[in-house]
Design a protein around this ligand. Structure first.
Ligand SMILES: [Zn+2]
Length: 140
């Protein structure tokens, strides 16, 4: 008898976040962008925080960036993570804009190789049926 399958907490997409999850399912990293001034907005907001325009639309980003900060998590805060610790929770600055950052995981990287400024690229993890997570790995 095997262990029961434990799924991670599932996101509940809203009109403001649906593009992000649907993009991830297609292996595309999709971020809101102001169509009036070109500013990227993440976490998603209905109004551009630079020019106050409501004309914001999802666009795909390159998926390249660098490590801004990180922590190595040793404690599983949900049963899904019990067999996955330690894992890296990171903030990654995307190359499109200096303050455009995503909270994510870094995978395929020994802990001793992690450092602020490490070049990273997006990859995708099928975390559960219907849940694809964009995560980052050292850039090729
Ligand atoms: Zn704007």
């Amino acid at each position: 008898m095997g262990e029961p399958i434990v799924y991670p907490p599932m996101p509940k997409p809203t009109p403001l976040t649906r593009h992000f999850w649907e993009g991830a399912a297609d292996h595309r990293l999709v971020v809101l962008r102001c169509q009036a001034c070109g500013f990227w907005l993440h976490p998603p907001r209905p109004i551009c925080r630079r020019c106050r325009s409501w004309d914001v639309t999802p666009e795909e980003v390159s998926g390249r960036g660098e490590l801004y900060t990180y922590t190595v998590t040793e404690t599983p805060f949900h049963p899904y993570w019990a067999c996955r610790v330690p894992y890296v929770v990171a903030v990654v600055t995307l190359e499109e804009q200096p303050d455009l950052r995503v909270i994510t995981n870094v995978v395929d990287c020994p802990e001793e190789d992690l450092h602020v400024g490490l070049p990273l690229e997006v990859t995708y993890v099928e975390a559960a049926p219907g849940l694809t997570l964009p995560v980052f790995r050292p850039a090729a």
